[in-house]
Design a protein around this ligand. Structure first.
Ligand SMILES: [Ca+2]
Ligand SMILES: [Ca+2]
Length: 629
């Protein structure tokens, strides 16, 4: 059997997806897979190449049943479904599945299973073409999530189509390494209704033109999927790349999920930043960005809401490299693009279950007592305090080294694992500002008293200034915009650094974000946008700007300042208002009211002390008491 398997997911992306467990919420049409959640037992599934299928009553991610796959004698042995007549050439599909392998009494080889294993979702069609349409590297004993998009080539012969889940092909498979028993659940394949046509370039140049004078060249050998990709070359400005006119297809206020695959080999840099941009009238905005490693197909992925004041007389989408006003040769490399997609977000008919049942325990509100003990913020005899360190990490957003303060838990022990609280300062502050609020004293005293869990605290510098930029004027819009980049800096750089360099418990249940003033504004924003990554959000006297006001269009709207249904019971939000706070005015109350109007139950209280350490320290104490529990 000749196997043509596209090596689709690169290590960088797979790691990135695993670390954060990102899951895509594409607006999707009909489900192609029947009985993908296995709730209808084995109906519609067959065991390919002799795989034995049986029902799993405990190992499942949804409902009452999962699927067990055993008795495998080849790597291709797995659960299979015939999709003939249900998928169409040229269309893009969002594919997903949950996969787990583990120590299992029913398999004597399972003690020798490797710590990690890659699983593939594969489409077989025509005369033996095998396309890898989704990948995950799962850890032994944990659920891995296959989650990706795939465009079926326009010329594909779909007279006989099957989808199955397998392990990577090897000539002589070993029972422990390659033929493990595994479990699957929630297998899905849905058409993505994209605003972008021919996003996989399977119809050649159709619908595509260029911006910035780039020459387009159809890719035949270098491609992410199908038969083609598109190369942008002869670039003389960083904004040069493939462009598609989507005028009339987008609406104001709607959030879109955008993604694209990019690839480059030119130049001396090991990685490059790529953006998917939208042009409304004469306004250009980046919708999503990613740092991509040279020689690998990287994934740009994000969501973008068309602003209420956007000029929709024309809408165009293009892909570029990071802006440089005086580009050098390394800024103007040729690059390849594939699988460009833009679809309305949020219309997924999600189930009322957490996306990942390994995490997200229900959060209880404990009580409504917000008093602090005497001297709660003072060093005390007999209490051990944590080590305070200044760390330096490389920021892919700033493209330079940045500093942060790390407060280790008392008697930090690398053989234990700890949850992490990211603590954000106010406008004009830096990675040392929070030290004035005595977080080490407050939390270490609580740990000693048994009222808080041991945790690592990370105090970033929120003003994420790119290396090419000057320091912004205080309270300028440029400064606010740099603060808004904290989310991307956390996602791409700081969280991975912390989780790679300290002994950290993974998952959203073990990450908390909180901040004072401008840090409270960012905590609310990050808590909403990264709800899959943070189960706890604390905002102490949060500043204006989460919602639109006279100076800014707002990070969120009264519609989007909310928590999705499936996370409501498993996410703890706490907003503290400073009594008589004249700096941020009604903002804390406004955010709380919006969350309440949107049906999200959270903690909100008022504490004396205006816009200062009184309510901020009280907030930290009460927040620390309620997180990681
Ligand atoms: Ca199920
Ligand atoms: Ca393609």
């Amino acid at each position: 059997m000749k196997k043509i398997v596209k090596v689709a997911a690169l290590t960088f992306c797979v790691m990135f997806l695993c670390v954060f467990g990102f899951q895509t919420a594409y607006a999707s049409s009909t489900e192609v897979i029947k009985n993908g959640d296995i709730e209808n037992a084995l109906t519609d599934w067959t065991g390919q190449y002799g795989a034995e299928l049986s029902l799993a009553y405990y190992t499942k991610t949804s409902g009452k049943l999962g699927l067990k796959v055993s008795g495998r004698t080849s790597t291709g042995a797995g659960p299979c479904q015939d999709l003939t007549g249900r998928v169409q050439a040229g269309k893009t599909y969002h594919v997903a599945a949950k996969v787990q392998y583990k120590q299992d009494d029913s398999d004597s080889n399972s003690a020798k299973y490797p710590a990690e294993k890659t699983f593939l979702m594969t489409l077989r069609y025509g005369d033996g073409t095998y396309e890898n349409i989704g990948t995950v590297t799962a850890k032994k004993g944990e659920w891995g999530a296959i989650d990706g998009t795939y465009t079926i080539p326009a010329n594909a012969d779909l007279s006989n189509v099957k989808v199955f889940i397998e392990t990577p092909w090897v000539q002589q498979p070993s029972p422990a390494n390659d033929l493990m028993t595994f479990y699957v659940d929630d297998i899905s394949m849905k058409e993505v209704v994209s605003m972008i046509e021919n996003g996989g370039f399977e119809n050649g140049y159709d619908k595509w033109s260029t911006i910035g004078g780039a020459t387009l060249n159809l890719g035949y050998v270098t491609k992410y999927s199908g038969n083609h990709s598109m190369q942008a070359k002869d670039r003389t400005v960083t904004g040069a790349g493939p462009l598609q006119d989507i005028t009339g297809k987008v609406v104001k206020g709607q959030t879109y999920k955008v993604s694209a695959r990019v690839y480059f080999t030119e130049g001396s840099r090991a990685q490059q930043t790529f953006n998917i941009c939208v042009v409304n009238g004469s306004t250009i905005r980046s919708m999503a960005s990613a740092v991509v490693a040279k020689g690998n197909w990287g994934l740009i992925e994000g969501t973008y809401t068309i602003p209420a004041d956007a000029d929709l007389s024309s809408t165009k989408v293009f892909i570029e490299t990071a802006f440089q006003s005086n580009p050098v040769a390394d800024d103007l490399i040729s690059f390849y693009v594939d699988e460009v997609s833009m679809s309305a977000a949020g219309s997924d008919t999600g189930k009322d279950e957490p996306a990942d049942p390994n995490y997200s325990k229900p959060k209880s509100f404990i009580d409504s007592n917000y008093n602090t003990p005497a001297d709660f913020d003072q060093k005390k005899a007999g209490v051990t305090y944590g080590e305070v360190k200044t760390i330096t990490y490389y920021s892919y957003v700033a493209e330079m080294d940045r500093k942060a303060t790390v407060i280790l838990p008392p008697k930090y022990n690398p053989s234990k694992k700890y949850p992490v609280l990211y603590l954000l300062h106010g406008i004009g502050g830096s990675e040392i500002e929070w030290l004035d609020g005595k977080p080490n004293e407050i939390v270490s005293n609580m740990v000693a008293a048994g009222t808080a869990k041991e945790m690592i605290m990370v105090l970033p510098n929120q003003c994420v200034r790119h290396k090419s930029e000057a320091n912004p004027a205080h309270l300028s819009l440029e400064q606010f915009a740099m603060y808004n980049r904290m989310l991307d800096d956390l996602k791409t750089s700081l969280i991975p650094y912390i989780e790679n360099n300290y002994s950290v418990k993974p998952g959203r249940d073990n990450r908390a974000i909180a901040g004072l003033s401008m840090g409270g504004r960012n905590a609310i924003y990050i808590g909403v946008k990264m709800v899959k990554d943070f189960a706890y959000t604390g905002a102490f006297c949060p500043a204006v700007g989460v919602l639109p006001y006279w100076r800014e269009e707002g990070l969120l709207t009264t519609q989007t300042l909310t928590i999705p249904q499936e996370y409501r019971k498993n996410t703890l939000y706490m907003i503290v208002e400073g009594d008589g706070d004249t700096i941020v005015g009604d903002s804390p109350k406004q955010y709380s009211t919006t969350l309440k109007n949107n049906g999200f139950d959270h903690i909100y209280y008022n504490w004396p002390g205006g816009h200062w350490w009184g309510p901020w320290k009280n907030g930290l104490y009460n927040y620390a008491r309620r997180i990681f529990q």
